[in-house]
Design a protein around this ligand. Structure first.
Ligand code: ARG
Length: 461
């Protein structure tokens, strides 16, 4: 018979049984479910709602169940719908009367909410660790390429010279925000719904602060209806994960471009590439492509849960059982993508000469040429037009700016002097961009130090 069988005179249809149950996926909450129940029993005993003896039996019974689940000797059943009822049924089968007292002053509605918060809190910590590993890999590559000049792009057109370190550190900065976004999400998630009951609290003299503290929450959530209905924390996590995946996907896209023959800025390690079944020459960036592809899947989870939640009246409705699969899937996906991305990045071979060659074409020192004239006294807007004409002239004659003779340059403007060649060298153009946040070595060194500090702080925080 069902735990709730008292009011019923018929067995549940077997189709309904399968349709309604969530044990197939919420079984992953077993640890948190038991942890929450042990805290609840402790509080009930402290408040005199159950006896000390009952509490002891419940606690050791639950610990035994936990050990058996971890040993793989327990099979859950859809007849008990979800993890909460499976654990309770097992407990009662093992310890009898005391087990039946555990659900006093509690509902599955506050139970599932507490389990999911406990679980996601841990997952955030795991994901944060993985992002920090990726940042460390970025840092290691960046340190070796502070002087590696590459073209910086806008509109995917060569724009101005940057260093490969500067380019990588941009992703370092994006991931830094992902880490802090997850930390914010975790902080907001860290309130305890236990004691909200089904929706309207309880008449028992419970101590919600006690369970909140026992479970490491900052406080109990302050409204019982909200406590059982809120899934913002899952949505917020999904949106933080979506943003993270968007960053990884952009990075993946660049890696795919960079290892194409058209760019050849990098070469992926054999261990992180795949071949073709027909074209013997192929070495494909499947890892980066899959990360890019899986991004859609994480966005889908976010959209799915937002849509599930949008029309639900307060308080709990069964629709909310649909919260778990998208969050679990997104968490699993992100946790698969991050380490493989880190491995790909740490093992890739950077080809600075090809980057330098690409930076040599496309007039990426044209702004510097205009700045040169400006520093000699020409208003910037005039200098801009002058250099535009020079670029036109060069393009027509298949020359670069630095190929022009001083005579040719001076025929356009007498302000050009011998020192222009030094000013137009890409190393100068990149190295002189010392403005705060720029690609000059001084500035990438600062960024590297700051990122290293950040990683250290969050590793231990
Ligand atoms: N399996 C349910 C879920 O995941 C647990 C809460 C069920 N509560 C209820 N009143 N049916 O949402």
């Amino acid at each position: 018979m069902k735990l709730w069988g008292g009011r019923f005179r018929k067995e549940t249809d077997s189709l309904v049984n399968d349709f309604n149950s969530s044990i197939q996926f919420d079984c992953r909450l077993y640890r948190e479910d038991i942890e929450g129940s042990i805290a609840h029993a402790a509080m009930l005993a402290d408040c005199g709602i159950i006896s000390r003896n009952d509490k002891e039996q419940i606690t050791s019974g639950l610990q035994g169940i936990l050990a058996d689940i971890e040993a793989g000797s327990i099979e859950f059943t859809a007849d008990n719908e979800d993890i909460h009822m499976n654990v309770e049924a097992l407990l009662t089968a093992r310890i009898g009367e005391a087990g039946k007292r555990l659900h006093t002053a509690r509902s599955r509605n506050d139970q599932v909410a507490v389990d999911l918060r406990l679980h996601l809190r841990k997952e955030i910590e795991a994901i944060t660790g993985q992002i920090l590993d990726l940042q460390q890999a970025i840092l290691n590559q960046a340190k070796q390429h502070q002087e590696t000049v590459m073209p910086g792009y806008t509109h995917l057109q060569r724009a101005q010279p940057v260093s490969f370190a500067q380019h990588l550190l941009a992703y370092g900065a994006q991931l830094q925000r992902d880490v802090t976004r997850l930390a914010d999400c975790k902080a907001r998630m860290n309130v305890c719904p236990l004691g909200s009951g089904a929706l309207a609290g309880t008449t028992y003299p419970i101590d919600r602060w006690r369970t909140a503290r026992l479970l490491g929450f900052d406080a109990p959530c302050s409204n019982s209806l909200d406590g059982v209905s809120d899934r913002d924390y899952a949505i917020e996590l999904l949106s933080a994960l979506s943003i993270l995946m968007m960053h990884l996907s952009r990075f993946a896209e660049e890696i795919i471009l960079w290892c194409s023959w058209e760019f050849k800025f990098i070469e992926l390690d054999d261990a992180y590439s795949t071949g073709s079944s027909i074209m013997p020459q192929k070495k494909n960036p499947d890892v980066a492509e899959l990360v890019r592809g899986k991004t859609g899947r994480v966005y889908g989870s976010l959209m799915g849960l937002l849509t599930t939640m949008k029309g639900i009246p307060l308080a709990y409705n069964k629709d909310m059982q649909e919260d778990k699969e998208p969050v679990f899937d997104a968490v699993d996906t992100v946790k698969m993508c991050l380490p493989v991305f880190t491995g790909m990045l740490s093992t890739m071979r950077v080809l600075p000469r090809n980057m330098r060659k690409a930076a040599g074409g496309g007039f990426i020192n044209a702004t510097d040429c205009a700045d040169y004239l400006t520093k000699k006294g020409m208003p910037f807007r005039d200098a801009y037009t002058t250099v535009g004409n020079l670029v036109y002239y060069c393009a027509e004659n298949s020359k670069l700016l630095e190929d022009l003779t001083l005579d040719e340059l001076q025929s356009i403007s007498p302000l050009f002097g011998e020192d222009v060649y030094e000013a137009l060298s890409l190393e100068t153009c990149m190295g002189q961009r010392r403005s705060y946040g720029g690609p000059a070595v001084e500035e990438t060194s600062r960024q590297i130090e700051e990122l290293a500090e950040f990683i250290k702080e969050y590793r231990h925080g």
